[in-house]
Write a protein that binds this ligand. Structure first.
Ligand code: GCU
Length: 360
């Protein structure tokens, strides 16, 4: 059921003790209970926080005599990269972070940074919900001391800026924030912009102060993270669907009994279901608030022109990184299934991109 690669733990264990002492005054033992700490970057109304509340409730319902789950939102324990390091050393137990942050630990995760990888939301969800397939991917960071337990929907990413972007030409010369990963930088530069990698929490001030011209993200960034206060044009070029991951310290997971592990895993899957239930309605609400109360203009661009601009990127990435090829091929097979369904069985996979945004 849980197959662990038992490598590289001695150094991590030493780091764990130091990290715990420095950060939170002890390694999570309170009275008789083991405190389980989770860090994430979103607000307390964000679907991920609501999903994590479900995770907490399920674990405390089943194992409440032994574990208390504490959730730290809003990058309270640091930005994604810092929080992953804390999870790696065991100073905290879980973190939610986008796959871009995992690329430096396991380069299979680069695949999610490919522009226009998934050609429909249905394909995206099916791939990510294939727990059996994804388990092999999740094991890829075992040597780094952590493992993904489940994924969360983080919608579709598009560019937004202080000025309107209608075509890739409008991106030329603009400094656009991307997540801190080489593939994200390449993706953004391929569109003709000047990629500026930085942590999520720094984006608002960077746009406000004119250090960057804009960024790219799902619609919730406009409201939950208030970016709509400083960037008034959101262009639906829909270049990526990048999942967030619930990542657990491997030593902690290994220390669980089989029964406890099954409960943590079930809690993780339930948290994904819960998170996804809120996603679409929160995106609609974010669009309403951003449009009506923050004065953000949503621009429907010709997605095909944006796709053409980066049409070589997928192949270049495949040539450079053999570790993404299997997952890429699997994703293409699922893409094709939905492309066929959307066009009565006759469309090529690439034709399906524009039915991606349900309800638009
Ligand atoms: C989204 C995503 C986060 C990510 C952020 C970013 O909000 O859910 O995990 O950190 O984008 O662009 O950094």
């Amino acid at each position: 059921m849980k197959s662990w690669k038992r490598t590289g733990f001695t150094a991590l264990a030493a780091g764990t003790a130091l990290g715990c002492m420095a950060l939170l005054g002890g390694c999570g033992i309170k009275g008789e209970k083991r405190i389980v700490r989770i860090s994430h970057a979103q607000s307390e109304t964000h679907p991920e926080h609501l999903g994590l509340l479900k995770f907490k409730a399920y674990i405390e319902e089943k194992l409440g005599d032994k574990y208390e789950v504490q959730i730290y939102p809003n990058e309270l324990l640091g930005g994604a990269q810092k929080a992953i390091e804390l999870t790696q050393t065991g100073a905290i137990d879980f973190v939610v972070a986008g796959t871009a942050n995992l690329e430096n630990f396991a380069d299979v995760y680069e695949v999610f940074s490919m522009p226009y990888l998934f050609t429909s939301e249905d394909a995206y969800h099916e791939v990510m919900n294939d727990t059996e397939y994804m388990e092999q991917v999740y094991e890829s960071t075992d040597e780094a001391g952590f493992r993904v337990l489940t994924w969360y929907n983080a919608g579709t990413r598009s560019f937004y800026a202080k000025k309107p972007i209608n075509t890739p030409d409008d991106l030329r010369g603009l400094k656009m924030r991307v997540q801190q990963s080489p593939a994200s930088v390449n993706m953004c530069n391929a569109f003709g912009a000047a990629a500026s990698p930085m942590s999520f929490g720094e984006v608002y001030t960077a746009i406000q102060q004119g250090v960057i011209d804009g960024a790219e993200n799902n619609e919730l960034a406009l409201t939950n993270n208030k970016h709509g206060e400083v960037a008034k044009y959101y262009s639906y070029n829909k270049h990526q669907m990048v999942p967030d991951m619930l990542i657990g310290n491997l030593k902690f997971l290994q220390g669980l009994s089989d029964e406890e592990y099954a409960i943590f895993r079930e809690a993780a899957l339930l948290s994904t279901k819960e998170e996804m239930q809120y996603w679409d309605e929160q995106v609609e609400e974010a669009k309403r608030i951003a449009g009506e109360e923050m004065g953000v203009e949503f621009i429907d661009v010709d997605v095909e022109i944006f796709k053409d601009k980066v049409s070589d990127v997928q192949q270049e990435m495949l040539d450079e990184n053999e570790n993404i090829r299997d997952l890429y091929a699997y994703i293409q097979s699922v893409n094709e299934k939905y492309a066929g369904a959307a066009a009565g069985g006759s469309a090529a996979a690439g034709d399906a991109a524009d039915h991606t945004q349900k309800g638009e």
